[in-house]
Design a protein around this ligand. Structure first.
Ligand code: HSE
Length: 414
């Protein structure tokens, strides 16, 4: 029997207890032993829960108990989660986590500490909820030089966008539903402002490129500025709006070139498989020089899908007890990623102007002869929508400034 401690008995922590209770026999058949939740660390009491008697409020009880070999951290937030993780690793305990904030901020240091103490720090649940993506990227794609990772990485925002687009619900209504279903962060600003997706793309970029960028150094836009007009424009173009995290080499075929990272709403054209990823589902596309494109798809949030990944990490530890596992070194990036405004994109624009329609189209076509207008003359009300050919954001803003106010410029992903 392996004794574990759960830190944080919220949505995911409770899900981990449920998965272990439901599947402990199956787990024992696969690993040769049962998992026993010896302690649950939380500020609250859970008198009505079958494991209510295992609740403790002092991390030192867990740290000083040699019977506890695995700590599952699902507290959320940077502190004290980071401090407890570090203390557990230093006490020679393996740590598994769903906490993307801790992995994205302190992952390089915590992996080093784990290595020094011959224990493991695993975080499959930190990206994509229940989707197996961290381990496949580290193991199954290890033969590749990776050039790009793109993904729909936040279940809450994808749920909101889908409900707004498909069911005509309001932003507030859709967010309240995502909260009820246990998808949203305690403070949903982290979801809707893109912070959560940013942490996840930083983790994926570290796996792909061996360098952990500070989330604060990554250009991050959420979905709060997306309007009904943007949604209609995307539809008229033949696409749909999704919040995308992107990381890649600036020159795809040069593994020494700089790395870019970016989180922003994109127009995804219907031909792209990411356009069909709806509701709480996430998808991550990884591009390797041997494998080509690989896509991972599944439920990106929710108690049981996320718990599925946490428990899988515990099982990995149980089944590799005596093995010396290779632990990757993540370098902490000393500088910011490459300038996102220099990335090549076509943009779906809306320009507000006092000029008549003909003048606007002529001026835009003077700069971009191939610009495709979505607004027709009869519907012109002082704002015009059009798509540019491939350019950069820096050039776009400079070129359109004399024509009018650029009220939106959405990146288009073919
Ligand atoms: N709030 C996160 C999401 C939870 O909606 O994707 C899973 O990381």
């Amino acid at each position: 029997m392996t004794n574990i401690a759960i830190l944080g008995f919220g949505v995911v922590g409770g899900g981990v207890a449920d998965v272990i209770a439901t599947n402990n026999e199956t787990i024992a058949r696969k690993t040769g032993e049962h998992i026993n939740i010896k302690y649950i660390l939380d500020l609250r009491e859970f008198p009505d829960h079958p494991l209510g008697g295992r609740v403790v409020h002092d991390m030192n009880i867990i740290l000083s108990d040699p019977e506890v070999t695995v700590v599952a951290e699902m507290m959320g937030g940077a502190h004290p989660a980071y401090d407890y993780t570090r203390a557990a690793l230093e006490a020679g305990k393996h740590v598994v986590t769903s906490n993307k904030e801790v992995v994205a901020t302190f992952g390089a240091e915590l992996l080093r500490i784990a290595k020094e103490h011959h224990v493991r720090y695993l975080f499959e649940a930190s990206v994509g909820g229940g989707i197996p993506v961290i381990r496949p990227m580290s193991s199954c794609l290890a033969a590749n030089e990776l050039s790009e990772v793109d993904g729909i990485l936040n279940g809450t925002t994808n749920y909101i966008l889908t409900q707004m687009i498909r069911a005509g619900k309001s932003f507030e209504e859709a967010l309240a539903e995502a909260q009820e279903k246990g998808y949203a962060e305690r403070n949903p600003a982290a979801d809707v402002e893109g912070t959560d997706a940013c942490r996840k793309i930083c983790i994926l970029a570290a796996l792909a490129f061996g360098r952990l960028y500070a989330p604060s150094s990554v250009h991050t836009e959420g979905i709060t500025a997306v309007t009904a007009q943007n949604v209609a424009d995307a539809e008229a173009l033949g696409g749909v709006i999704k919040l995308i995290g992107r990381a890649g080499r600036v020159h795809a075929d040069d593994p020494d070139s700089d790395v870019f990272l970016l989180v922003s709403p994109h127009v995804i054209m219907h031909e792209n498989p990411l356009s069909c990823v709806d509701d709480v589902f996430n998808a991550i596309l990884v591009r390797g020089n041997a494998v080509g494109d690989v896509m991972f798809y599944g439920r990106g949030a929710g108690n049981l899908p996320t718990a599925s990944a946490v428990v899988a990490d515990i099982i990995d530890i149980l089944t590799h007890k005596d093995a010396e596992i290779f632990v990757p070194d993540w370098e902490s990036a000393a500088s910011a990623p490459a300038d996102h405004t220099a990335l090549p994109y076509a943009f779906l624009c809306r320009v507000q102007t006092d000029a008549p329609y003909d003048e606007v189209t002529t001026a835009v076509r003077h700069i971009y002869p191939d610009a495709e207008f979505l607004t027709v003359a009869d519907a012109f009300d002082g704002t015009a929508a059009f798509v540019t050919p491939t350019t950069t954001e820096a050039d776009l803003r400079a070129a359109l400034a004399p024509i009018g106010t650029l009220t939106s410029a959405l990146r288009v992903m073919p």
